[in-house]
Ligand binder design. Structure first.
Ligand code: PLP
Length: 442
């Protein structure tokens, strides 16, 4: 098998995600034959450093021996069983562990992030219906929020390019201002921006709390909006407002969970307890699709009844799939076996040092970092910057995919000195090449 034939066959029959397929007439598809650690290998001996953890899912590198061994063992015991009326060891142990880690004791499973969003929204509205307040059935999210792209999830995803074509299908949620620290006015700190955004939410809730079921937020980092970061005080503010106005707080930790922001879950840096937590992506260490929604005893009890219709009758065929749950357990075991969060502090320090020349580049603005996420905005980039940068990065052997004019890195946690240097040099060289190309073609 060679690269060319794999690409041709793919373009003939595979419809790729988040892609204008015609673009592949000029921008080649990258065929991957295997992956190991931080590296993706093609069929002809080239390799690419996975600088964005394959869309933010990978934590401990590809083909991790511990996760692989657990999956092979699980496959020999139980591949799959439906979770209605049945249960199994992996889903029980995973649910116990997630309850321990989050303090929310009831786990409902889906297969991807968007379905976790929809589960949380449905559960919230159904909770209010079961408790005699069926009018509380609308949602509010943040400007630039991203919670997935199925029709229900698009209601709370405020990213025009993902939503515009489907606007007539979507029952749009309300949008309140983002606490993005880059919105600071002269003299304002990140805390001030957070306070201002919380004030806007308060004004909105004052008017609309009676018809509002839940607020959904991405805690600390709105990743898809271009790694927009905010101060933790915002989360304390919204928790207090949600309590005061009797609105659920859903934290979407799909991208920020599992150590990505420095703590196991981002909302923990604010010391708050949400009503719902959505998890996916890193949950299985990047091996298998799985998502979970965790919630409180209070929510759970509102569904517990002799009346079938008061139950949460949602399901997916693969809900609680044993292989995916076992991969998640093996991933959590890695957190227990090694002090991953402490180790990441050292990894992050050395990466920040390696990125210093990129951070100091004269066209870079708003360099920012939290945990294992780095981002840089490029001033005066021309339209198409993201696509051109991506190509130049690949030529350097690194996978980096800017969002608009924001370059970001979200690498696996197993970066060492050598791979960190490789990634940082590639990121800088790609910027230089992209800007040179823009200058030449104006
Ligand atoms: C990726 C993501 C989702 C959607 O997850 P999918 O598995 O792609 O459906 C939802 N919320 C956040 C914050 C995400 O980053």
């Amino acid at each position: 098998m060679d690269n060319t034939s794999m690409v041709q066959r793919s373009l003939r029959h595979v419809w790729h995600p988040c892609t204008q397929m015609k673009l592949h007439e000029s921008q080649p598809l990258i065929p991957v034959s295997r992956a190991d650690g931080v590296w993706l290998h093609d069929f002809e001996g080239h390799r690419y450093l996975d600088g964005i953890s394959s869309w933010w899912v990978n934590l401990f590198g590809h083909n991790h021996p511990h996760i692989r061994a657990a999956l092979i063992d699980q496959l020999g015991r139980l591949d799959h069983v439906m979770l209605a009326g049945f249960t199994h060891q992996s889903v029980v142990e995973l649910s116990e562990k997630l309850a321990q880690l989050t303090g929310l004791g009831h786990a409902f499973y889906g297969s991807d992030g968007a379905s976790a969003t929809e589960i949380a929204l449905k559960m919230s509205a159904h909770y209010w219906r079961n408790t005699g307040r069926p009018g509380k059935c609308r949602f509010v999210g943040l400007a630039g929020g991203y919670h997935g792209e199925t029709v229900g999830a698009l209601a709370v995803t405020d990213i025009a390019i993902f939503r515009e074509a489907y606007a007539p299908l979507v029952r749009l949620a309300a949008t309140v201002p983002s606490p993005d620290a880059r919105c600071a006015r002269p003299g304002e700190s990140a805390v001030d921006v957070a306070g201002r955004a919380a004030g806007a939410l308060q004004a909105w809730l004052e008017q609309h709390h009676a018809e509002t079921a839940a607020l959904i937020v991405e805690p600390l980092v709105q990743c898809a909006a271009g790694m927009a970061m905010h101060d933790a005080s915002y989360l304390r503010g919204v928790r207090a407002l949600c309590d005061r106005y009797e609105v659920h707080l859903v934290v979407d930790e799909i991208a920020t969970g599992f150590g990505r922001t420095g703590t196991m879950f981002a909302h923990q840096q604010a010391g708050i307890r949400p009503d719902f937590i959505c998890l996916s992506k890193g949950l299985t260490g990047g091996t298998l699709p799985l998502s979970a929604v965790l919630t409180t005893d209070t929510v759970y009890q509102a569904f517990y009844d002799d009346d079938v219709a008061r139950g949460f009758l949602h399901s997916h065929s693969y809900t609680g799939n044993p292989l995916a749950c076992r991969a998640a357990l093996a991933t959590l075991e890695l957190f227990e076996q090694n002090d991953v969060l402490a180790g990441n502090v050292a990894v992050a320090r050395s990466l920040t040092a390696a990125f210093a020349p990129l951070t100091a580049h004269p066209r870079v603005r708003n360099a920012r970092q939290l945990g294992m996420i780095w981002a840089w905005d490029v001033a005066d980039a021309l339209p198409g910057f993201s696509r051109r940068y991506y190509q130049h990065a690949l030529a350097q052997g690194v996978l980096l995919r800017p969002i608009g004019n924001t370059i970001y890195a979200m690498p696996p946690y197993v970066m060492d000195e050598e791979s960190s240097g490789f990634l940082a040099r590639g990121a800088l060289a790609a910027l230089q090449a992209t800007l040179a190309e823009e200058a030449a073609h104006g």
